[in-house]
Structures are given as structure tokens and as C-alpha cells.
Design a protein around this ligand. Structure first.
Ligand SMILES: NC(=O)c1ccc[n+]([C@@H]2O[C@H](COP(=O)([O-])OP(=O)(O)OC[C@H]3O[C@@H](n4cnc5c(N)ncnc54)[C@H](O)[C@@H]3O)[C@@H](O)[C@H]2O)c1
Ligand SMILES: O=C(O)C(=O)C[C@@H](O)[C@H](O)[C@H](O)COP(=O)(O)O
Ligand SMILES: [Zn+2]
Length: 344
């Protein structure tokens, strides 16, 4: 598994990391925001002559077209197999930059420097890399580990509040699936004022523990996907619309719908469902969407990676802090969960 370095002095720590690792060329991948806001924090400590590529920020650019541009840049820069790539950005940069590195000339090494809360607590750990394809989330990708992940809260200073909140959805997920005490300590009111260092370290330890036991998601790792079967469907469906949802916002909707399904299918109590709903509604509010959209959103669930054949497999809660996987859910039950959410 990759080494994860928590750093209060990211520029110095990166400099010494690079001094201790040999590479033929250094490439830095950013998006347009992290180029402006994050690269200046480390740039002076990078070796002269590094090459940089920036793609337009946002999920709509997490696709094969952007990968082609990145692979072209690597080719133009004559990166060989001893090159090292640094992915400096959020989950989109980490997933896509990592995917490009892991496939270029069958794989060059890469280091992730996650700059959003979401990517620090979740996306940069566990080696899931990839891009969206024809409306399906992370449909094309590989598992490959970065050489190292360097996490620093300094980047969070410039992060917009809604992006911080998006990351908080994955934090809530970690408590719900694996640690009831952790969930109990998470704030709803005043959620934006927290000890992020403690939260990042706790979430990373939960994610690492699960991934170490099942790196390629043959079983247990599916619990990290709680809220995502339905959440991804919402995220994809509204990607190009004025109802656009951030990843965590979509997962928050997914976690409410899937907690409702957990009452029906995996024994979650109604009282715990209400606790979960209150937490998520207090933090995220209610997402309004037309009833006519429901069939198309439900249809997107059919491409979820946990499914086997036509069987829709969900990861569901048995209680707060415990999640199990491979629950077969019918299309009608998914419809019910959407109506439940709308009626809250
Ligand atoms: N691989 C995994 O295990 C995993 C886990 C969770 C999510 N994901 C993926 O991660 C993506 C979501 O990640 P994300 O929320 O980080 O999205 P993102 O990478 O799009 O970043 C969110 C926004 O914040 C900006 N930004 C990044 N760092 C900043 C900073 N320090 N200051 C100001 N702005 C900054 C970005 O430019 C972008 O506009 C989704 O594609 C999701 O599927 C992957
Ligand atoms: O690491 C995992 O495993 C996860 O499922 C973490 C999720 O938060 C993340 O969004 C992941 O990218 C989803 O993966 P996918 O296999 O459903 O595309
Ligand atoms: Zn996620």
C-alpha cells in the first residue's frame, strides 16, 4: 500500500521526498484552479525544468478526451518509464492523473497531493483510478497505487465552503459504515468549524483498514460504496445541468435513499434512519428534482460496478457504524427510496 504522509510543511517535505527518489523527468498535473491556488505553495521547492499540464477544472472534464490531452503532453515531453508524475488537486485530478500515469507506457510512478477535503479523506487512498464514460461514473479505470500520498491542511484554506461540505459527506459515510463513535462525534450544526486534521487522520485510517483487507473490491471494500449506487446516478444524471451536484452532495442524497433501503433490507432501525436523515438534511438540505426524472436516474443504477448480471447489488447499513454488502435490491424498491426522499 502507498505511504501516506501527513505534513505541516508540504513544500519542504515534498522537496526531501524528491531528493530521495530518482526520476528521469518530473511532471505536475493540476486543474485550472489548483494551478493558480495550490501550485504556488510548492513550486519553488520543485526541481528546475519540471513540466506542468493543467486541464479545465470540474467533473465534466473527467473523461477520455482530457486523458488524450494528458497522454499527448506526456508524449510531447518525451516522458520515459522512469518519469514521475505529481497529481496536485482534488479527486478529479487524482483519479484522472493517476489513470493517465498508470496506463502511459504501461505505467509510470505517481505521487498524489490531494488538495480538497474529499480527496484527502477518501479519493487519494486505495488506488481506484479512472474517468467517466458516456454518462457513467468511473466507468473506465484501473486499480493502481501512488508511490506516496502527501496530505496537508494548508490547501483547505482556499477551498470553497461547498467543496469542503462535499468532502464532509465522505467523512459522514466513514462513520456510518465503520465507526458509530466517530459518526456520533461529527457535527451537523457548525460542521464547517472542526478539527480537520483529526478528521482527516481518522477517515484515512478507516479507509486504509478496509482497503488493506480487500484492495480490489471483491467483498468488504464494497462498504466504501455505501450511498454511491444511487448517489452516482444523481451525480451523472445532473452533470451537465443547472441542477449539477458535487460528488459529496450526490452521495448525501444516495446515503438517505440507501439508509431507507437499509430499513427494508438489512435491519437498520427506523430510529437510526431518522438520526441519519437529520444529520444529512441539516448539513446538505433537501435537493429538489422533478418526479419525471426518476426513471432515467434509476436506470443509471444498472451500470453500477457492484452489480452482477441484472442483479442490482447494494451495500447497506445494519446499524449506524456497520455496513454489509451484496444486498439485492429491485428497481421498484429503488423507486420507493426516491419517493421517500422527495417526501421528507
Ligand atoms: N478514487 C477514489 O477512491 C475516490 C473517492 C471519492 C471520490 N472520488 C472522485 O473524486 C471526485 C471528486 O473529488 P473532489 O471533490 O476533490 O473534486 P475536484 O477534484 O473537482 O475538486 C473540486 C473543486 O475544487 C477545486 N479545488 C481543488 N483544490 C482546491 C483548493 N485547495 N482550493 C480551491 N479550490 C480547489 C477544484 O479545482 C474543483 O473545482 C469525483 O470524480 C469522485 O468520483 C474518487
Ligand atoms: O474507495 C472505494 O472503494 C470507494 O468506493 C470510495 C468512493 O467514495 C469513491 O467515490 C469511489 O470512486 C467510487 O468507486 P466506484 O467503483 O463506485 O466508481
Ligand atoms: Zn465517493
Amino acid at each position: 500500500m502507498e505511504s501516506i504522509i501527513f505534513s505541516n510543511t508540504i513544500a519542504e517535505d515534498l522537496k526531501s521526498y524528491l531528493a530521495n527518489h530518482s526520476f528521469s523527468k518530473l511532471g505536475v498535473i493540476t486543474d485550472t484552479n489548483t494551478e493558480k491556488l495550490c501550485l504556488p505553495l510548492i513550486k519553488d521547492n520543485l526541481p528546475g525544468g519540471f513540466s506542468q499540464y493543467s486541464f479545465p477544472a470540474g467533473e465534466t472534464h473527467k473523461n477520455l478526451e482530457t486523458c488524450t490531452a494528458i497522454w499527448q503532453w506526456m508524449t510531447d515531453e518525451a516522458f520515459d518509464r522512469k518519469a514521475l508524475i505529481i497529481n496536485l488537486g482534488g479527486g478529479v485530478t487524482g483519479d484522472m492523473g493517476g489513470f493517465c500515469a498508470a496506463t502511459y507506457k504501461r505505467g509510470v510512478r505517481f505521487v498524489n497531493i490531494p488538495t480538497t477535503l474529499l480527496s484527502q479523506v477518501d479519493a487519494s487512498v486505495g488506488g481506484k483510478l479512472g474517468v467517466d464514460f458516456n454518462g457513467f461514473k468511473n466507468h473506465i479505470g484501473v486499480f493502481a497505487e501512488p508511490e506516496a500520498v502527501m496530505i496537508s491542511e494548508v490547501f483547505l484554506k482556499t477551498l470553497p465552503k461547498e467543496e469542503l461540505r462535499s468532502g464532509y459527506a465522505e467523512v459522514i459515510k466513514h462513520g456510518l459504515i465503520r465507526n458509530a463513535n466517530y459518526f456520533g462525534c461529527l457535527k451537523a450544526e457548525g460542521w464547517e468549524k472542526q478539527n480537520w486534521r483529526e478528521i482527516i487522520e481518522k477517515s484515512v485510517s478507516i479507509k486504509k483498514e478496509v482497503v488493506q483487507k480487500d484492495p480490489k473490491e471483491s467483498g468488504l471494500r464494497k462498504i466504501l460504496n455505501f450511498g454511491h449506487t444511487i448517489g452516482h446516478a444523481f451525480e451523472s444524471y445532473y452533470l451537465d445541468s443547472d441542477r449539477h451536484l458535487l460528488h459529496g452532495e450526490a452521495i448525501a442524497i444516495g446515503m438517505i435513499c440507501e439508509s431507507y433501503l437499509s430499513v427494508k433490507k438489512s435491519g437498520l432501525s427506523k430510529s437510526e434512519l431518522e438520526i441519519i436523515n437529520k444529520m444529512l438534511m441539516d448539513v446538505f438540505g433537501k435537493f429538489d428534482f422533478p418526479v419525471e426524472d426518476i426513471p432515467a436516474i434509476v436506470a443509471l443504477c444498472s451500470q453500477d460496478k457492484k452489480n452482477e448480471g441484472k442483479t442490482l447489488n447494494f451495500s447497506l447499513l445494519t446499524q449506524i457504524g456497520k455496513c454489509e454488502y451484496n444486498f439485492n435490491v429491485t428497481v421498484e424498491e429503488i423507486f420507493d427510496s426516491f419517493h421517500y426522499y422527495r417526501d421528507l
